[in-house]
Design a protein around this ligand. Sequence first.
Ligand code: C5P
Length: 238
Amino acid sequence: MSDDRLIVAMDVPNVLDGLELAKSLGDSVGFYKIGLGMLTGGGLALANELKQEHDKRIFLDMKFFDIGATVEAAVRGVAQFNFDFLTVHGDPHVVRAAREGAAGSDMKILAVTILTSLDRDDLDASCIKEGDVADLVQERAGLALSNGADGVIASPQEAALIRALPEADGKLIVTPGVRPAGAALGDQKRVMTPAQAITNGADHVVVGRPIWQAASPKAAAQSILAELASPQEKTPNL
Ligand code: C5P
């Protein structure tokens, strides 16, 4: 059975490449994240095919944000396909509406706190209240969880802060921004290794480019899976 702590971000250019990637990873990977880039080009059909015909778990990274009624209707629409995880922004009214929309399904609602690409200057430019970004992340995570989110998306650095919250008891923490030691960072700035992310309290790690851009995606995935299986054997210094 696959170790579903690893979620592979399927950020490949199109649906055919997505199917090819899933085929090359085979049984070693059981969980895929499909994001907006793929979703606007047929990604929902891909998600359905991977779920129904290949028995994969699916994380739809849609990051919904709208008035409550619209979020609720959008989530209700997605929930009928039995996908596993769905992201929404962590604002309390959005999370509450998503919770309503997901009622009666097993789909988990994951909240985005503050996008990891944003720093304090970006928050100032958007008139977001003062304070340390890490404190705001922790505060928004607590709010999202107490308003009904099943978990949050967080950078590995934030995972420990969020895991320490009483509201996070029994909730999921899913971390992108993960790089095996020695892998190219791409545009990710604050990375940790898969083992460090799990040690910091993450339940799942999301890894994209280090796998799908590798000469052998399967070998890259297997090396990460081996690290997850024996975290103590890896040196924690990126
Ligand atoms: O290729 P890489 O491993 O950087 O991919 C990470 C995935 O996680 C991408 O799909 C990216 O959009 C997503 N993500 C992220 N940081 C966030 C939220 C989502 O990197 N804060």
